[in-house]
Design a protein around this ligand. Structure first.
Ligand SMILES: *Cc1c(COP(=O)(O)O)cnc(C)c1O
Length: 429
């Protein structure tokens, strides 16, 4: 398949942008070939620079829960922009989005907005350290929490793709206060907390790990995590940057019935514009400047256009019974794909949670921990990806990334995917 415009743009981009991209996974390194340059999106479709249209199952990696260019979101953004794009002073939109977040999520009373998920997590960790007066943080192997130095240890996502445990440019002392545990392992958790519990400021987890494939955790494991952090006085941070406002209105916390001490948001909360947030009880949030001694700031934080996009997105979801409809759509996708996968010429396991799904190519079945894919399976994913693309179906360009459904997807799209997948599986064998 040739994409002359994308190829030309990629060559130009590589001259002035490292690797031609502003976020590594976009470069298609894990699957080979030229990344598609996208000209526009509409509903469940993406159109590339060559004018070819694809059924999109990436949704910009999560934010586009209503699909591309939802008319109501575009109207809200346009109206806000016409009033001025940034003031560097408070605006009413910040309160409106904050009130929605506080009303939606269990256990939180206050929220502060930032401009990305990375910033949200970075700030939540600083706050946790200030509030507890402790230094250590615990994370889980395969969970991704953005690219802040001290969290770039055994992270998933692009790093899993590159098979690197960490990154160059992060001095060892920067990660000396970070401990990494395997997911799905109560014994390891217990050992860690009994040995260093009194020094641990926070344990951070994706309650639905979705950056190393999709690794739904056993409820018992997460409940144990809640109980042990409480016992040792460490804060529990749920990184809900993907799961927040997607799995349910109250994110994974609502779905699981487990309330963390702090939560971080991103992706859906900005409806496609750069918004992140971290939230918690007033008592902890009061440590933040200007009331408290913990510094945190942002020139574009609470940006009026971004706030309008987030508000419109959450309002459409609420009004259209979005979370229930996405669960139903996810179940339909599962029903459409399961029979196809059972006939696949090699092992493929479907993992689904709400509107997120992942095709695991692990021979041994879908994992619950961050297991690396073998070389043969990785190569198979590359062939599968390109065979889908040839049928105008856009999947994530990495075997470790989940697929996203949006309210724009129709049942007919799921049938199209099932048919396309049947052919692609044969081509990838
Ligand atoms: C995407 C993601 C982040 C980082 O968010 P950015 O907006 O890309 O900085 C952090 N945590 C999780 C769970 C994510 O999925």
């Amino acid at each position: 398949m040739s994409h002359p415009q994308s190829e030309q743009l990629y060559a130009r981009a590589r001259a002035v942008i490292p690797g031609g991209v502003n976020s590594p996974v976009r470069a298609f390194r894990a699957v080979g070939g030229t990344p598609l340059f996208i000209a526009r999106g509409e509903g469940q479709y993406l159109t590339d620079a060559d004018g070819r249209r694809y059924l999109d199952f990436v949704g910009s990696w999560g934010p586009l829960i209503l699909g591309h260019a939802h008319p109501e979101v575009i109207r809200a953004i346009t109206a806000a922009a016409a009033q001025g794009t940034t003031f560097g002073a408070p605006c009413a939109g910040e309160i409106e989005l904050a009130e929605r977040v506080v009303a939606a999520y269990p256990g939180i009373e206050q929220v502060r907005f930032v401009s990305s998920g990375t910033e949200a997590v970075m700030s939540a960790i600083r706050l946790a350290r200030a509030a507890t007066g402790r230094d250590l943080i615990v994370k889980f192997s395969g969970c991704y929490h953005g690219h802040a130095d001290h969290l770039l240890v055994a992270a998933g996502s692009g790093l899993a793709t590159f098979g690197r445990p960490s990154s160059a440019g992060v001095p060892e002392p920067f990660t000396a206060c970070t401990r990494v545990l395997p997911l799905d392992d109560e014994a390891a958790l217990e050992r860690q907390l009994s040995s260093e519990g009194a020094r641990i400021a926070a344990v951070i987890i994706e309650p639905l790990p979705a950056n190393h494939g999709l690794l739904p955790q056993r409820r018992e494991f997460l409940e144990r995590l809640r109980a042990l952090t409480r016992r040792h006085g460490a804060l529990l941070i749920f990184d809900e940057v993907i799961s927040g406002f997607r799995l349910a209105r109250g994110g994974a916390a609502e779905r699981l019935g487990i309330t963390p001490d702090l939560a971080t948001f991103g992706k859906v909360i900005g409806g496609g514009l750069p918004v992140g947030a971290f939230a918690g009880p007033r008592e902890i949030m009061a440590r933040l400047a200007p009331d408290g001694d913990t510094y945190q700031a942002g020139t574009l934080s609470g940006n009026p256009v971004a706030m309008a996009s987030g508000i419109a997105t959450l309002d459409v979801l609420a009004r259209e019974n979005g979370w229930q409809r996405l669960e139903t759509l996810g179940a339909k996708a599962e029903a459409a794909l399961r029979p196809v996968l059972s006939r696949a010429p090699f092992p493929v396991h479907l993992v689904r949670a709400g509107s997120l799904f992942w095709l695991s190519l692990h021979e041994a079945g879908a994992p619950r921990t961050a297991a690396p894919l073998g070389e043969a399976a990785s190569a198979r994913y590359g062939r599968l990806f390109h065979a889908l693309l040839a049928q105008d179906i856009y999947f994530p360009p990495s075997a470790y990334e989940a697929c996203f459904l949006s309210l724009a997807h129709r049942e007919a799209d799921l049938d199209t995917l099932a048919r396309g997948l049947e052919q692609a599986l044969a081509a990838a064998a």
